[in-house]
Write a protein that binds this ligand. Structure first.
Ligand SMILES: Nc1ncnc2c1ncn2[C@@H]1O[C@H](COP(=O)(O)OP(=O)(O)OP(=O)(O)O)[C@@H](O)[C@H]1O
Ligand SMILES: [Mg+2]
Length: 267
């Protein structure tokens, strides 16, 4: 069963436009506090993309997803054979510019990216990362089909990753040549759209919960619940009170709704 969603028409429309051929806002940024629906919206977007766009969804949880992991996940989903410039750059940085890039060599790609990005100084790491990012998106620009890159929990990414995603990564992802690349980033905070390189191609939406009772009444109904019997003569007012108490926070609303009686339960 698809979970019913209370309202959120606007952020859903923003994510939906990522699937249009002509898409002026190719970067969607969703920010908001705990339990406000960021992951749910990205999941909806991911389901919508199934069979329609090549999707890479990455949770930047607990400070433990580095740039090399992100590059590896993108490359292995898309297929290294479609990323020849990227692979050649890794070989060069790895000190093997003339190596034959075949299946066996590519099997060790995760490790190779890790090694080339573990340079000692941050400046060198950043320079390497920028060069790899250039090649990744240059390769992707030559591929067919839509590519959807979804990042969740941006606030939990290490600072190097946050800087890279907010800077060189997004700048190249939306460069003119790669119109079929679409990105959504969600988090308690997200890259700031006041960026001169990619800001104009982005839309930020701040999620604030759903304070109106009517969308929740529809959710209650769709899930097969009803308001408790003492409130059955004024269900709207009762749900309005809960919205007021929770400030429409979806996590808290859903927790409360799941304690309601089932509609088919005896009165
Ligand atoms: N508009 C909505 N309608 C119905 N349910 C919703 C809505 N938004 C979120 N939910 C539900 O609320 C719960 C919390 O949502 P979700 O996990 O997406 O929040 P989050 O913003 O990712 O939270 P966190 O910051 O903790 O990661 C989930 O069970 C989700 O399905
Ligand atoms: Mg979440």
């Amino acid at each position: 069963m698809t979970m019913p969603v209370a309202d959120y028409d606007k952020p859903r429309a923003l994510l939906d436009q990522l699937f249009q051929t002509a898409c002026p806002k190719r970067v969607v940024l969703l920010s908001g506090g705990d339990g406000v629906g960021k992951t749910m919206l990205l999941s909806l977007c991911q389901s919508r993309a199934a069979g329609f766009a090549t999707t890479v969804a990455i949770e930047l949880r607990n400070n433990c997803v580095g740039a090399s992991e992100i590059l590896y996940r993108i490359g292995s989903t898309i297929g290294w054979n479609l990323l020849p410039r990227f692979a050649r750059r890794v070989a060069m940085m790895d000190g093997a510019p003339n190596v034959r890039i075949n299946r066996n060599w590519l099997i060790g790609m995760n490790n190779r990216i890790n090694v080339v990005l573990s340079a000692e100084t941050r400046t060198e790491r950043d320079q390497r990362l920028v060069a790899l990012t250039d090649d990744l998106f240059a390769d992707l620009a030559r591929c067919d089909g839509l590519f959807l890159l979804l990042f969740d929990m941006f606030e939990q990414a290490p600072s190097e990753v946050r800087d890279w995603l907010s800077g060189p990564f997004l700048a190249r992802a939306i460069s003119g040549k790669a119109e079929h690349i679409r990105v959504a980033i969600a988090g308690r905070d997200v890259p700031t759209p006041e960026n001169i390189e990619w800001g104009a191609c982005s839309m930020l939406h701040v999620l604030e919960g759903v304070r109106e009772p009517d969308p929740w009444l529809s959710v209650i109904d769709a899930l097969g619940y009803k308001v408790p019997s003492f409130a059955s003569d004024q269900p709207r007012g009762f749900v309005e009170g809960i919205c007021w108490r929770t400030r429409g926070n979806p996590y808290l609303m859903m927790q409360t709704i799941r304690e309601f009686p089932r509609r088919d339960a005896p009165a």
